[in-house]
Design a binder for this molecule. Structure first.
Ligand SMILES: Nc1ncnc2c1ncn2[C@@H]1O[C@H](COP(=O)(O)OP(=O)(O)OP(=O)(O)O)[C@@H](O)[C@H]1O
Ligand SMILES: [Mg+2]
Length: 429
């Protein structure tokens, strides 16, 4: 089987490594990959938003299975395009991808199907959003409120404002921050409090198979301080959700969501990601994502024991309910090593050393490149990686318990270095 993975980050490196372990895979391609991905897959220089070129590539190279990493291609309708050409692809259709691509679509959907979530309203202009705030529906001028751009904004479209003045500023700044298209509508939400957990699942349109629950750490600084990032680390651990909490989430969120899709005439096939806040009133849904997360994927896939090709086949054939997906018992942790200046101004081009010294971990590459060998250098066999992005590497370990997974990941991280390297020492705490 020839497999194509779409994307270029640590998530896609983890997906490619997992496909690389499958006996069913003959050739593995990644569009467009990175220097780490290039060690396990053939990288193809096609961007995720060029869905016609991706479909042409899949046809010309007899790709039997395509796996979409990120939301951009999904929101553009890559799945509809591939399926219209008879190509097999994992991901939701364009309509289902709206659950992530439009916050207002997602919130209306949750409301229609009784999924517990924060109270919200959608405004079609900044001025109307400010009027909504002044109406008092979201508390007084001292109340926290959450301001969201409707469209995809690569994690930059959400501001948790401490009070009305901050919310007004966020509303006024949103278009310049995320672009006018993504900020065409503004969603205001009541601010919820509690611990967050992410629950991902494989879905075949009817059945789902849950993955281990995960938690990520979004802020750059220890103790959840400083600006937001793409994610500085993740863990998977059974303690994140009790059996009762999990059952409540299945009953109040997952079942209504799947039924809702069917009732609205589309099918959700692919990876569904629930961002959940465990509030004093029970679990409430923060958001849907319609794909794997980065770096959640790294921590999840190191525990997957079942062949990913078999799971993909089951998703495509609608037989997810009849396969038994096995996960390595215990826990896992992914610690992200980021470059100097991340997230505002990441510096690139620093030599990465120590990769050959680590053991018992998987190191997934996010932003790396290969350095040009110096002129006249005799062919060294070790590739010399340099930093090429904000998040550089995801050092990922499993363990019988969380403490073991964390200490294995941190011990490996301490052996890797590059100038300006920064990482959080409190992942999983
Ligand atoms: N109603 C809310 N109350 C409190 N915090 C919130 C609320 N909505 C969002 N947040 C916070 O903002 C974060 C990002 O929100 P959300 O998940 O909707 O945005 P996103 O940009 O789609 O995120 P991602 O990049 O993870 O997909 C949440 O993880 C949560 O910490
Ligand atoms: Mg999201």
């Amino acid at each position: 089987m020839n497999v194509l993975v779409i994307g270029s980050g640590g998530r896609e490196h983890a997906i490619c490594r997992t496909f690389g372990k499958s006996s069913g895979v003959t050739r593995l391609f990644c569009a467009n990959g990175n220097a780490g991905v290039a060690q396990v897959a053939e990288c193809v220089p096609i961007k995720p938003d060029d869905i016609l070129a991706l479909a042409d590539f899949a046809t010309q190279n007899a790709i039997d299975l395509t796996f979409v990493g990120g939301e951009t291609s999904l929101a553009l309708g890559i799945v509809d395009e591939f399926e219209s050409r008879g190509l097999r692809i994992i991901g939701p259709c364009k309509e289902a991808a709206q659950l992530e691509a439009s916050k207002s679509f997602a919130k209306d959907f949750m409301a229609r199907h009784g999924v517990p979530t924060a109270k919200f309203t959608t405004s079609h202009s900044p001025a109307f959003a400010i009027l909504e705030l002044e109406s008092g529906d979201f508390g007084d001028e001292n109340s926290p409120v959450v301001v969201k751009a409707d469209g995809l904004a690569a994690g930059k479209g959400v501001v948790v404002a401490k009070n009305r003045a901050e919310a007004v500023a966020a509303i006024n700044d949103m278009a310049s921050l995320v672009g006018t298209a993504a900020a065409e509508k503004i969603v205001l939400e009541e601010c919820m409090f509690g611990r967050e957990v992410s629950l991902l699942m494989f879905a075949d349109g009817e059945d789902i198979a849950l993955m281990p629950p995960t938690r990520d750490h979004k802020r750059i600084g220890e103790g959840d301080t400083g600006p937001n990032t793409g994610g500085m680390g993740t863990i998977t651990d059974a303690s994140l959700l009790t059996t009762d909490e999990l059952q409540t989430i299945i009953d109040t969120m997952i079942r209504p969501t799947l039924h809702g899709c069917v009732r609205e005439g589309f099918r959700f096939r692919g990876i569904l990601f629930l961002g959940i806040m465990m509030t004093a009133q029970g679990p409430k849904l923060l958001e849907y994502n319609v794909r794997f997360g980065d770096p959640e994927t790294q921590a999840i896939l190191v525990r997957l024991e079942t062949d990913l090709v078999d799971i993909c086949e089951a998703m495509l054939d609608g037989t997810l309910g009849s396969i038994d997906i096995k996960w390595k018992l215990g826990s896992s942790a992914c610690v992200v090593l980021a470059s100097e200046g991340y997230p505002s101004k990441p510096r690139t081009g620093d030599m990465i050393s120590g990769l050959e010294n680590v053991s018992n971990v998987e190191v997934f590459h996010s932003g790396t490149a290969l350095s040009e060998p110096p002129a006249g250098a005799g062919g060294s066999t070790q590739p010399q990686f340099i930093t090429a992005g904000g998040r550089v590497l995801g050092v990922t370990a499993t363990g019988d318990d969380l403490a073991t997974a964390l200490s294995t990941a941190y011990s490996a991280a301490s052996k890797i270095s590059f100038d300006g390297m920064q990482y959080r020492r409190d992942i999983g705490k």
